[in-house]
Write a protein that binds this ligand. Structure first.
Ligand code: FES
Length: 126
């Protein structure tokens, strides 16, 4: 059963195109891409950096840790293992953004080999 949580206003996303919110104790990153709002885990599957601090470029979210590129529609990283959970989003007629904290697609952690292959994150990028 859906439990919609009001987390943001559409006009905030129209300004910044991304926002960190909390729904059901989960940190969730919202992104506005081509007029649609998408919700994915905020915590990167690689080394747990915050994706809401990343960059949105050409419809992809670039993690500030090691620049893995994630599709906010699916939670999948490009050319990497693992997957971020995705969440259902509703936008009301008056611009309220609601998220269901029960994942639509599950989180899948990356392999230890993939996690070990990247250098340590740049602390200045936190
Ligand atoms: S922490 Fe996200 S790519 Fe490394």
């Amino acid at each position: 059963m859906s439990e919609w949580v009001h987390v943001a206003e559409l006009k905030e996303l129209q300004r910044r195109r991304k926002k960190l919110v909390t729904a059901g104790d989960r940190p969730i990153a919202l992104f506005l891409v081509d007029g649609e709002v998408y919700a994915i885990d905020d915590t990167c599957v690689h080394r747990e950096r915050s994706l809401s601090k990343g960059t949105l470029l050409d419809g992809q979210v670039i993690c500030p840790g090691h620049q893995w590129r994630f599709d906010p529609r699916t939670g999948h990283p490009e050319d990497q293992e693992g997957c971020l959970a995705t969440y259902a989003v509703q936008v009301s007629e008056d611009g309220h953004v609601l998220v269901d904290p029960a994942p639509v697609s599950p989180r899948r952690e990356t392999t230890p080999e993939a996690a070990a292959a990247a250098p340590a994150p740049n602390p200045a990028a936190r």
